[in-house]
Design a protein around this ligand. Structure first.
Ligand code: SF4
Length: 703
């Protein structure tokens, strides 16, 4: 089939906004990307990544043939191989047979506890559904996770605890209906640029009041009525002090509290101690700013809260998110258009991969694996004998890494993720990956993790396959094949099916459909049969605009905002809170606080954007340091500096800027040559198991 000379509509492969793209193609070559003005998500606007970042498809370093390591790798002696001479080309049959043989051997010897897989927030819903199904149905393991664990896991857990649903409650575009909104822990202008445009319009055209709470003076602070420059790790104190003021000044919504919530009295009692004076001491934010912010939000007609990774990526990330949820329940700013609790999801399909059960505690649709009824349901749907599925909660990404070794995880299958960039404390991650008995990487490039693999499988890019992504406000949209897959690369879902058929034979297990899906649309029909919120999704229905989940049947129009009548758990639950700070405080040896994040031009571990011309726009890691700290350390702009934590050390150049606050340095985590996660710590939030990326103690010295 010729796919030339045409325009193909699809969805952006980068951030969770999910902008609609038109790929312009001539002779099977994408030469331009635009967006239609009537696009429902982005109204024709695109950021630099969506507009120009697609050229990674044609990068000469892309791998388009299956590869096998020439030297067999041994646990403890495993090495990284970026040089192609250390690999040999293989046929698909040879590579998949080798994988099936080795995984079967390890499983039959050590059982399900030895098997683990990383699914992928960059892959489609269909890719993720089939990958988690393969590992659950054939290897009977729940050691399945993806990078949601490293971004919004604590938001998910907190929202499940308080309201029973973990996605954004409202549609991003509803921001123009807010009269007051809080943006916290989110550099929205760089990480969700199109939503930031809507936020700016809300302020400038519609007169909304914006409150930014962030240790950095991020771009959105320029549009804010109030900027609260809190110290990293002090969110509970700041937001609970706002609740304290709202309670004291009786700005709460008694009717909403009476009719829709529970546990108010216990919560209110726990807020007594969170005075603005206490918050000022803990956070460094002037108490009067906190009082003013509380009054603004407490008096809002339509108040909304938007947050990103600055809230969940803490050792107390779940409590941070609960502090925000308490505010919304207290004021009744939830369950109506233009209000809500809105965790902005980072990657293009992190919402969808989570919906698809690419997580260790849930089957698709957030159905707990340790619930007997759920297990029976999936055994029936997947044609598995009663009692066949594993009822034990699996390990999370960081736990999988820590468990590698005798008696723990022995083999790891990585579809599209890069733990050697995204995990905290990378020296520990490196040591653990070296101990693996067998490692498969399925990706577009050999990245820092794939370089440890025994077998590399070349995956098709998003422009070379069909499927769906679910964006940050729950809209399921089409991904369409626009060009032929480069070389021998194949769509992830096809690779998974090819491997599953081999495993069924070797393990003498048969599951549903014989893994002979004709296309992703067929996979989506199966997803709709097991995930109630996706029952109304068919490729025909989402052809043009997509549909926001939940959509309960093929006549249901989708759901722009949640919780209109009730919460999935019944009443919204207030949670009393205790103060909690950084797990690792600055001291004499490590006097500064490091916080990490992203920049506009790059995306996640850099696997795609660093293979794009976007890398020319922002080619190196730069550390932001406040002028006062720079003067004290005798550092000038552009100087090379060494940043050291108790776990590692990196060298990079400094930017001297008031964007960061005194005592805090900022480093983006996209750059392998100065990997910020060599410095971060792997201490986890006890409930969500998310690491504390956003705060650790470091020392900065001239290099
Ligand atoms: Fe793509 Fe996000 Fe940029 Fe939109 S805002 S073009 S989805 S990266």
């Amino acid at each position: 089939m010729s796919l030339s000379d045409r325009v193909v509509s699809t969805t952006c492969p980068f951030c969770g906004v999910g902008c609609n793209l038109q790929l312009h193609i001539q002779d099977d070559f994408i030469y331009r990307v635009t967006s239609p003005f009537d696009s429902v998500v982005n109204h024709g606007n695109l950021c630099v990544k969506g507009r120009f970042g697609y050229d990674f498809i044609y990068n000469q370093n892309r791998i388009t043939t299956p590869l096998i390591r020439r030297t067999p790798q041994k646990p403890g002696k495993r090495t990284q191989a970026f040089d192609l001479s250390e690999w040999r080309e293989a046929t698909w049959d040879e590579a998949l047979d080798l994988i099936a043989d080795r995984l079967t051997e390890i499983y039959q010897r050590d059982g399900s506890r030895a098997m683990a897989a990383y699914c992928c927030a960059k892959a489609t819903n269909e890719d993720n559904y089939l990958m988690e199904k393969l590992f659950r149905a054939l290897f009977r393991t729940n050691h399945i996770d993806h990078c949601t664990r490293l971004c919004h896991a604590a938001s998910v857990v907190a929202l499940q605890m308080a309201v029973g649903s973990s996605a954004m409650s409202n549609t991003a575009a509803e921001v123009i209906q807010n009269d007051v909104f809080i943006v916290t822990g989110s550099n929205t202008a760089e990480n969700h640029p199109i939503i930031a445009l809507q936020m700016k319009a809300a302020v400038q055209k519609h007169g909304a009041k914006l409150i930014v709470v962030d240790p950095r003076r991020v771009e959105m602070a320029n549009y804010a009525t109030l900027w609260l420059p809190e110290k990293p790790g002090s969110d509970i104190a700041v937001f609970s002090a706002m609740a304290h003021v709202i309670l004291k000044e009786k700005l709460y919504n008694q009717e909403f509290i009476d009719q829709r919530t529970e546990n108010f009295a216990e919560f209110a009692a726990s807020m007594e101690k969170f005075t603005p004076e206490h918050a000022e001491i803990v956070s460094g934010v002037d108490r009067n700013l906190i009082i003013e912010a509380a009054r603004l939000y407490g008096n809002a007609r339509n108040g909304a809260i938007y947050w990103s990774l600055g809230i969940p990526e803490h050792s107390h990330g779940t409590a941070n998110a609960l502090a925000l949820i308490n505010l919304a329940l207290l004021t009744g700013n939830i369950g109506r258009p233009g209000t809500g609790l809105n965790p902005l999801r980072g990657q293009n399909n992190v919402q969808g991969a989570s919906d698809m059960g690419a997580m260790p505690w849930h089957y698709p649709g957030y159905q707990r694996v340790d619930d007997e009824q759920n297990a029976r349901k999936f055994e029936q749907a997947w044609h598995i004998e009663p009692g066949g599925l594993n009822r034990t909660l699996g390990l999370t990404t960081t736990e999988i890494v820590s468990s590698i070794g005798p008696g723990g995880v022995r083999s790891l299958y990585i579809m599209g993720e890069n733990p050697m960039m995204s995990e905290p404390n990378l020296n520990h991650t490196r040591h653990k990956l070296e101990q693996l008995e067998f490692l498969v990487a399925q990706d577009i490039f050999i990245n820092e993790s794939g370089a440890f693999a025994d077998v590399f499988l070349p995956a098709a890019s998003w422009a070379e396959k069909d499927g769906t992504f679910t964006n940050t406000d729950r809209r399921v949209q089409r991904v369409r094949q626009a060009i032929q897959a480069r070389g021998q690369s194949r769509a992830d879902w096809q690779i998974v099916c090819d491997l599953a058929r081999r495993l069924e034979t070797r393990l003498k297990r048969s599951t549903s459909a014989g893994w002979n899906y004709q296309n992703p649309a067929e996979v989506m029909r199966e997803i709709g049969s097991v995930v109630p919120e996706y029952r109304g999704i068919t490729y025909e229905r989402i052809e043009n605009l997509g549909i926001q989940t939940p959509t309960w049947d093929e006549n249901h129009p989708g759901t722009p905002y949640l919780f209109a009548e009730t919460f999935p758990r019944g009443r919204g639950k207030f949670h009393p809170l205790e103060d909690a700070g950084m797990a690792e405080m600055p001291d004499e040896d490590y006097p500064l606080i490091l916080t990490t994040g992203r920049v506009l031009e790059h995306w996640h571990g850099g696997t795609l954007t660093r293979h794009s011309w976007l890398d020319d726009l922002f080619p190196e890691a730069l550390m932001e340091i406040h002028p006062a700290d720079a003067a004290h350390l005798k550092i000038n702009a552009g100087n090379a500096v060494r940043v050291t934590s108790r776990r590692g050390s990196i060298v990079l150049r400094a930017i001297v800027t008031q964007k960061t606050t005194p005592g805090v340095v900022f480093i983006p985590f996209h750059f392998a040559e100065a990997a910020a996660n060599l410095l971060t710590q792997d201490i986890l939030d006890p409930q969500a198991k998310i690491p504390e990326y956003k705060a650790c103690a470091v020392r900065v010295t001239p290099a």
